[in-house]
Design a protein around this ligand. Structure first.
Ligand SMILES: [Zn+2]
Length: 72
């Protein structure tokens, strides 16, 4: 392991160290990857800087279903 170089993002070493925080982070970033923006709803994982929810709201699920609807 290389240890003599500068440490990358040292503030992240203590962050997201619980399952709930990692669930929030994964939901948040996958939401962005799929095209969702930040939410004003604190119940959503797309609510910025809130590691309290690891879920999408029903409105976000409707938005994703509409965006990725399979043609009939
Ligand atoms: Zn974000």
């Amino acid at each position: 392991m290389h240890t003599s170089g500068p440490e990358v993002r040292p503030t992240y070493t203590a962050a997201y160290d619980t399952v709930a925080e990692r669930d929030y982070l994964a939901c948040h970033e996958f939401g962005h990857t799929l095209g969702l923006r930040h939410s004003g709803d604190a119940a959503s994982c797309l609510f910025p800087n809130s590691a309290t929810s690891g879920v999408l709201t029903s409105n976000e699920i409707v938005e994703l279903n509409a965006h990725y609807e399979i043609p009939q």
